[in-house]
Design a protein around this ligand. Structure first.
Ligand code: PGA
Length: 257
């Protein structure tokens, strides 16, 4: 296979874990070394972050699951600010996860863009999640939805973030998240290829940066389907939910080496 971009595997633990199960998961992950040349980033709940930082091998990087759109600190009850996440030594946050856009909050793409900008401005790298609902796919609107979700980000963040590789785009079709129904490798590749071409055509990104941006796939990724998905030229890794809570995550990591 032609050399792709540095592979990226994210584990989104969502609102899962007890003290005991998180400790056991750290032990499971510590039983395997992170392969050289792969970025592996896990996103525990905010409560579990310090424990995970202290108990997980530093080869794994730790991410927040979301941040509020502000600099510094302030009156944002229930939120983490990018400055706070950075103060704890984290280098990553997710933004725009579909559960924030559609399930636990109704975040607009502009709010997601503002959060992404705030995170980048605080020195964090961002796993920016986008993806269409089932009815949008059925209506043939997948590419439109994905580009509409990207547009506010394109006009809001410092363009240098794209060429510096500080934004990883996670394409996660909502109908494939947590459902066991994965996009086929061809379905995923079609959207990833579209996204790369779309980004290449943006004045704030351009061809060289678009060729270097990591576009990862999320939605029922498992050890049993990750190799085939990764064999596609525009799929640079994964954002994994359910399977990131199990030893199967190690299999997914080894499939991108
Ligand atoms: P899933 O979740 O792997 O459980 O489908 C993916 C995600 O939400 O990032």
């Amino acid at each position: 296979m032609a050399t792709k971009r540095t592979p990226f595997v994210g584990g989104n633990w969502k609102a899962n874990g007890t003290k005991e199960s998180v400790a056991a998961l750290c032990q499971t992950l510590n039983s395997a070394a992170v392969p050289a040349g792969v970025d592996v980033v896990v996103a525990p709940t905010a409560l579990h972050i310090p424990f995970v930082q202290g108990n997980l091998s530093p080869d794994y990087q730790v991410s927040a699951q979301d941040v509020w759109a502000t600099d510094g600190f302030g009156a944002y009850t229930g939120c983490l600010t990018p400055a706070m996440v950075s103060d704890f030594g984290l280098k990553w946050t997710l933004t725009g996860h579909s559960e924030r856009r559609h399930t636990v909050a109704a975040e607009s793409s502009q709010l997601v863009a503002d959060k992404t900008k705030a995170a980048l401005d605080a020195g964090l790298n961002v796993i920016l999640c986008i993806g269409e609902l089932l009815e949008e796919r059925k209506a043939g609107k997948t590419n439109d939805v994905c580009s509409e979700q990207l547009e506010p980000v394109l006009s809001t963040v410092d363009p240098a973030a794209w060429s510096e590789g500080r934004i990883v785009v996670a394409y996660e079709p909502v109908w494939a998240i947590g459902t066991g129904e994965t996009a086929t490798p061809d379905q995923a590749e079609e959207v990833h290829a579209f996204l790369r071409t779309f980004l290449a055509g943006q004045p704030n990104v351009g061809e060289a940066a678009a060729a270097s941006i990591r576009i990862i796939y999320g939605g029922s990724v498992k050890g049993s389907n990750s190799s085939e998905l990764y064999s596609k030229p525009n799929i640079d890794g994964f954002l994994v939910g359910g399977a990131s809570l199990k030893a199967d995550f190690l299999k997914i990591i080894s499939s991108v080496v």
